[in-house]
Design a protein around this ligand. Structure first.
Ligand code: ATR
Length: 290
């Protein structure tokens, strides 16, 4: 990063709508804690305006920023440079400026892995994973799991064609076997899983039951959800009630933010229990006041 860009000390998150993003709270906490005189702001950009926003970015004074729904794919197409992960995923969530050019990467997979490293480090010893869901969020996770050495990645999805499409698309980039399934295969697959990941939106924002029987899952299996509203999702609640080691999705949000902060503000921030509590307090407040 050049001195010029470091002086800018100003970053953003763009999305549409953007009001629900926790990124300003998170980066604001780090800026304050690390006493960095920078700013991080939420900017609502409609789909019609995204191209102009990216084109004008080099002259905007921003050091970079985050990209959230629905712009991750559009921004992927608009940046000047993408790294290998962004290239494979076809989606960008972190931008930075270098020599007047817009660079993009995707830190979702990193955030997912770093969260597990922090709360269930043994996850790296596993070989077989079952991923529930084949939406936008599961792509980064499936790729990261392949890179982390999982040799069998079973993808279960209601719409089988979407699981098949991900398997076909990612197979050339990974050494793992990517195996698409429908939900009826779940009981058999759970018996083989070292790690079980929920990326579906089932139960998000409410407390409905999760339609899965955990009775076949190995005792030592690790269970994780990428949804963090509520923190204890119906999926995690079920896993906890059966005494599985569980990891909630909040850490993924916190960890995926760190590489961007370092690029824009020059310091790698820590993910601490105090930060977690701070964000959690806001999440609980939002749920209560809904
Ligand atoms: P995201 O980008 O957050 O992953 P998404 O692309 O809408 O969101 O994907 C949501 C995932 O949850 C999908 O895998 C979806 O399955 P389909 O591809 O069949 O739509 C899954 N999902 C949502 N509600 C579901 C339900 N009631 N039963 C089973 N799967 C569900």
């Amino acid at each position: 990063m050049s001195n010029n860009e470091q002086e800018a000390n100003s970053a953003f998150v763009i999305g549409w709508p953007i009001e629900h993003s926790r990124s300003p709270l998170l980066h604001g906490y780090w800026l304050k804690y690390l006493k960095i005189p920078g700013t991080y702001e939420a900017v609502g950009i409609s789909p019609e305006k995204i191209e102009t926003f990216i084109r004008l970015l080099p002259k905007s004074g921003f050091a970079g920023g985050n990209v959230t729904v629905p712009h991750k794919e559009a921004v992927f197409r608009l940046v000047d440079h993408r790294d290998e992960i962004a290239e494979v995923l076809g989606a960008v969530n972190t931008l930075w400026l270098k020599d007047g050019k817009v660079h993009g990467t995707n830190t979702d997979g990193y955030g997912f892995c770093a969260n597990l490293d922090s709360f269930a480090p043994k996850w790296r010893q596993g070989k077989t994973v079952v991923v529930l869901g084949a939406g936008g969020a599961s792509r980064a996770i499936i790729y990261a799991l392949g890179k982390a050495g999982y040799s069998k990645i079973h993808i279960i999805n209601r719409t089988l064609a979407k699981a098949e499409a991900i398997a076909e698309e990612f197979s050339p980039h990974l050494e793992s076997d990517l195996l698409p399934h429908s939900w009826e295969d779940a009981p058999d697959l759970l018996a083989k899983a070292d790690l079980l990941v929920n990326t579906t939106s089932i139960g998000m924002g409410d407390s409905g039951d999760f339609p899965l029987d955990f009775s076949n899952l190995k005792e030592q299996a690790i269970v994780t959800d990428i949804v963090y509203t509520p923190l204890l999702t119906p999926f995690l609640k079920l896993a906890k009630s059966k005494n599985y080691k569980t990891v909630d999705g909040l850490g993924m949000l916190l960890h995926q933010a760190a590489p961007g902060f370092e690029k824009w503000f020059g310091t790698r921030p820590n993910i601490t229990p105090a930060l977690r509590q701070y964000i959690l307090k806001d999440l609980t407040k939002k749920v209560l006041h809904k």
